[in-house]
Design a protein around this ligand. Sequence first.
Ligand code: SIN
Length: 185
Amino acid sequence: MIDTTAINQQRNQFAQHADIWLFGYGSLIWKADFAYLESRSAYITGWERRFWQGSHDHRGTPEAPGRVVTLTPVAGAICHGMAYRITPETLAPLDHREKNGYLREITSMHFTDGSEAQGLVYMATDDNPAFLGPAPLEAMAQQIARAEGPSGPNRDYLMNLASALRELQVDDAHIFALEEQLQRL
Ligand code: SIN
């Protein structure tokens, strides 16, 4: 199984900073089980959220991976999520949590008050071994309906993300279409 922990620890671009802004767009929105100083709703530009990353360690198993979100580049797109101000020590548990193919990348993020910050985002690109890529909506929903891993049913990941986005008043066509497919099964 892939483990990006060591690579991410080398990508310590903000190690000298007292605090770091982290942008979350998936489970990091609704499962903030790490220490943070402050959270704010935020968005990044040029990326869309997609259920294209395989989960072999949280919402599936190596034999039957689940599907979780990553980001894909789309010109002009906006991806809304949640930004957390964390201390550099918090990156260790986050690297462990995001080890199945996600790398720390630097991003600009925008806050609702119009201000902006540079920070980190965990991104799983299409060349990582756990990447599954696109599939028909129904096939993705069926895979999510069946998969389960140490963190729980894959279904809960999708439902929790959809509810969190609704709470943030974010319209995300991909997520809501997949949620609807899942509920129809
Ligand atoms: C994120 O939420 O920002 C990364 C993907 C995930 O942990 O679900």
